[in-house]
Design a protein around this ligand. Structure first.
Ligand code: GAR
Length: 192
């Protein structure tokens, strides 16, 4: 049966767009809503171009999770995808979607996870610590920030002249190449 996704994003939304395009022709999985807490984020423009409804909410609405939950239920959302969503989810939301919320994180968790660790902050820290590799982690969201069960990790090497910009690009390539397919495989397993 058709499974419906809501994508939560706070930033540029390149992953959200990539996921929408990946499932555009699918008869098993459909992106039915893009949710954001930032009304001026690039993701809103992308969603409009893709013709996917956007729901904008405040931090208060997220934490209280009454109206937002009603919204998700009203369109039968099965799985929530966090694609660059930077607010912490409230427990009530995590409990409402057990093993039904999937996040992508731009490091090899458990390294460089937790509060304050997102986007460029991570890549800067990775380079400063002279790591020789980094990568992406796709994982279920549980009550402990960035500690849910890992679904997939992919690595990239760090070169001696790596910059935040070049590492961002390497990570984005991995995310775009692997995230949609990991979502598809996970949903097939969850509902088999
Ligand atoms: C992605 O790299 C994603 O892994 C990261 O935000 C970026 C969003 O890019 N997420 C986190 O840091 C979550 N802690 P996008 O807006 O271009 O998809």
């Amino acid at each position: 049966m058709l499974k419906k996704l809501a994508i939560f994003a706070s930033g540029s939304g390149s992953n959200a767009e990539n996921i929408c395009n990946y499932f555009a022709e699918s008869s098993d999985i459909e992106v039915v809503l893009i949710c954001t807490n930032k009304q001026d984020a690039l993701i809103v423009k992308r969603a409009k171009k893709l013709n996917i409804p956007v729901h904008i909410f405040t931090k208060y609405e997220l934490n209280n999770f009454i109206d937002l939950h009603k919204k998700l239920q009203s369109i039968d959302v099965d799985v929530v995808i966090l694609a660059g969503f930077l607010l912490k989810l409230p427990s009530i939301m995590i409990n409402s979607y057990p093993n039904r919320i999937i996040n992508i994180h731009p490091s090899l968790l458990p390294k460089y996870g937790g509060k304050g660790m997102y986007g460029n902050n991570i890549h800067k820290a990775v380079i400063e610590n002279k790591e020789n590799e980094s990568g992406i982690s796709i994982h279920f969201v549980n009550q402990n920030y960035d500690e849910g069960k890992i679904i997939l990790q992919k690595k990239c090497a760090i070169s001696s002249d790596e910059s935040v910009e070049t590492l961002t690009e390497k990570i984005r390539e991995l995310e775009h190449a692997y995230f949609p397919n990991a979502i598809e495989k996970t949903i097939k397993k969850l509902y088999k």
